[in-house]
Write a protein that binds this ligand. Structure first.
Ligand code: DGJ
Length: 718
């Protein structure tokens, strides 16, 4: 059980998870500092940290700058300020006084609330920390309340402008050096892992796009520059938010480092009116030993235990008809693809974009969520029945947050899109973003999706979002909710999106949802809590995918990662890759098929059926087990291993990019096995010793040629 202990005589709080502690100290100046983040300390040991000499005083700075857990702007603190406000009279600095601390224990964990009040202005600030049983993750958020009451003359208090209200500032311990791990990307090139020495100054990872983004993902990890996949301390933080966000890694000249994470980007101003309460999203901090591999496994465990709604459910093998048909639809063609998919062992058939309104191309119809009458004269019913008749579930693509100007919805409600007065409405993929911050738009959106789900036997939605915000300004340019200087659209949009998703899920508990935003543009802990899987990228080229999936796996588990096998040569990259390799890469996540099955040969179809069956045999290990990245995709030979939590089985996916100089197939040392046990490879009948697999490795008998790959499934035998 996690423990939170208050040591009042030292004004200390010690938060302890399974293997780590986080120690907070309230100074005489009422400023909250982080004293320790790392291996476990008991309260007595934590108190001894106060006996260390204070940092040396230097002119022109606060010697503790960069160690504040509650980093409010003010004084001589020039480090990144996670809490910055403007009071109505122009005052910008905050002077907070400690009010109280509260520790609540509950079944699955414990929560600490530290409450502060502004000395002069009507603002209360709570810092909240939550720990869960069996985890070292710390969830941190801020709660802000405007305490203003009308004055003696009944005049309402002035609103407070929030410049930044970040969820957490994580203070790192002193390390020899600091290295930042992050993922960078673009459309079709998401989540590519990048490691670099953290420079002095502020390194800003951010999305200003209104959506999580392809370009960056809201997490970062820091190590001392020597951690490997297998060893070393790793400090990480992530933000549970699907809109614009900011993550600042600051290395101060004195070599103190903080990671601050919060929603919104600068400048976005949020006004807090009298009586109003604002709760930030959660930032999760996690310290681990055992290298990047152990860090990822701890994050995966956290996501499975505390984020996903259905962590123990196996995700189905899906077929998606997008790459086969794009906008070229007939019921007959969809049915034919469904027939082929069912014959391969597919369990969920997903019909993608193009089934509704005037959506025969990407410039019309978005927003009109009724089946296209020419293509589906009898509605979706006949196709859904056909799919269900084949024993598969039925999934449908939607993009509820968008509208084409050429649509009935836009003609009826041109004011419903995000726009600013006197500015052009910039289109992207011929579409505009609906202003979901407006209550009427959110109601409409819920109604449109509710009608679809209530009127059709839909089992799965692919919820797409194909462009970022532009010209985002007032909530309603016609004045009903527009307050100059308040950019609440950016926040209310996301809260309303969550509310619609939550309501649909509560009312249709059997429906599963895939998050998609032109591929992997909306991947984060908050959307993962409201959907069941995430489409990692529109790039289905297996060679590129190894890199995208490697980056994805740093924080998010395979159980979340949608991956398809598509045609070769790949329609995007033009690269030809063998069918087995394409399957083996997609098997490392949630296997799906997305090619034009009508063009696959009989031999390919029959191999595909074998591969789907092979995936199903190892699916519980991949989706519910633990992951070891044996060798990253930067190597000629790369591999990933998934092991059942009880150690009874393990599955290895190995990939050789190119054969060079006729070298023999390499051997691959495995992880997480019992050295004393033996393991049977049922496919060959060969029995391996655990000790040998761990030291010398697994012999790989790879097929000839480049892009050679294999799946090896081993079961423990006594
Ligand atoms: C973008 C998605 O990522 C694709 O998979 C597909 O659904 C298209 N949108 C459809 O417009």
């Amino acid at each position: 059980m996690p423990q939170i202990v208050h040591v009042p005589e030292h004004r200390l709080w010690v938060l302890t998870g399974v293997e780590s502690s986080y120690v907070l100290h309230l100074g005489r100046d009422e400023l909250l500092r982080s004293l320790h983040w790392g291996p476990r300390l008991d309260p007595e040991q934590a108190a001894s940290l106060l006996e260390f000499p204070p940092p040396r005083h230097r002119s022109c700075e606060d010697p503790y700058d960069g160690t504040y857990d509650l980093s409010a702007a003010g004084g001589l603190r020039y480090g990144h300020a996670g809490l910055q406000v403007r009071f109505a009279d122009g005052t910008r600095d905050l002077e907070l006084a400690f009010v109280s601390s509260r520790i609540s224990q509950y079944d699955a964990g414990a929560e600490l609330t530290l409450e502060f009040a502004e000395l002069h202005y009507p603002l209360a600030v709570e810092a909240r920390y939550r720990l869960h049983r069996g985890s070292d993750a710390i969830e941190r958020r801020l709660v802000l309340r405007h305490l203003g009451a009308p004055d003696a003359r009944g005049i309402a208090a002035e609103p407070i402008t929030l410049v930044r209200a970040e969820s957490a500032t994580w203070v790192l311990p002193r390390l020899e050096d600091y290295r930042l791990s992050q993922v960078r990307g673009q459309w079709n090139a998401e989540t590519q892992l990048h490691r670099t020495v953290l420079p002095y100054g502020e390194t800003l990872l951010a999305s200003r796009r209104g959506v999580t983004s392809h370009q960056a993902n809201p997490w970062a990890m820091i190590d001392d520059g020597t951690a490997t996949e297998e060893s070393g301390s790793v400090y990480g933080c992530a933000l549970a938010w699907s809109g614009s966000w900011q993550l600042t890694a600051e290395r101060m000249p004195a070599d103190v480092v903080t990671l601050s994470a919060g929603y919104g980007h600068t400048p976005i101003l949020r006004r807090l009116g009298p009586g109003e309460r604002l709760e930030t999203p959660v930032s999760v901090g996690l310290y681990t030993e055992g290298g990047f591999g152990a860090a990822s496994r701890a994050w995966h465990d956290y996501v499975r235990a505390h984020v996903l709604a259905h962590p123990d459910e196996l995700r189905p093998v899906l077929y998606n008809s997008w790459e086969a048909t794009e906008f070229d639809y007939t019921v007959k063609r969809q049915q034919a693809l469904a027939d082929r998919a069912a014959a391969l062992g597919v369990e969920l058939f997903v019909m993608d974009d193009g089934w509704f309104g005037a959506r025969t191309h990407d410039a019309a119809g978005l927003g009109d969520w009724t089946p296209n009458p020419d293509r589906f004269p009898h509605g979706l019913g006949p196709l859904i029945e056909h799919v269900h008749g084949l024993g598969m579930k039925f999934g449908l693509w939607v993009e509820p947050e968008m509208v084409n100007p050429d649509s009935d919805l836009y003609r009826a409600h041109p004011d419903w899109v995000i726009h600013q007065p006197h500015r052009r409405r910039t289109e992207n993929r011929n579409q505009l973003v609906l202003n979901l911050a407006r209550a009427d738009v959110a109601d409409w959106m819920h109604g449109a999706m509710e009608r679809l789900l209530a009127g059709n036997a839909i089992d799965f939605l692919k919820w797409d979002m194909n462009r970022p915000f532009s010209e985002a300004g007032p909530i309603d340019a016609d004045g009903c909710d527009y307050r100059p200087g308040d950019d609440r659209l950016w926040f209310d949009y996301i809260h309303n999106l969550y509310a619609v998703l939550d309501r649909l899920r509560a009312d249709h508990p059997h429906v599963r949802i895939e998050s998609c935003a032109s591929g992997g543009g909306r991947l984060d802990l908050a959307i993962a809590a409201r959907t069941d899987q995430v489409w990692a990228s529109d790039n289905t080229d297996a060679a590129d995918r190894r890199h995208i999936q490697h980056g994805f796996s740093q924080l998010y588990p395979a159980q979340l990662m949608g991956a398809w096998v598509t045609d070769s040569p790949n329609p995007f990259t033009g690269r030809a890759v063998p069918l087995d390799y394409r399957f083996h890469v997609a098997m490392a996540g949630l296997l799906g098929l997305g090619g034009d099955l009508d063009r696959w040969s009989e031999a390919e179809l029959s191999r595909a059926a074998e591969m789907v069956a092979a995936y199903k045999a190892v699916r519980p290990l991949i989706q519910l087990g633990t992951q070891h990245r044996l060798r990253g995709p930067e190597h000629e030979l790369s591999a990933v291993q998934y092991t059942a939590r009880d150690g009874s089985q393990t599955a290895v996916l190995a990939y050789l990019r190119a054969r060079r100089f006729g070298r023999a197939d390499p051997e691959l040392p495995l992880r997480a096995l019992d050295p004393a046990a033996r393991y049977l490879d049922a496919a060959t009948g060969r029995v391996h010793h655990g000790a040998v697999l761990l030291s010398r490795g697994l012999p790989l008998e790879l097929p000839a040629g480049d892009y050679a790959s294999t799946l090896i499934h081993l079961r423990r035998v006594e």
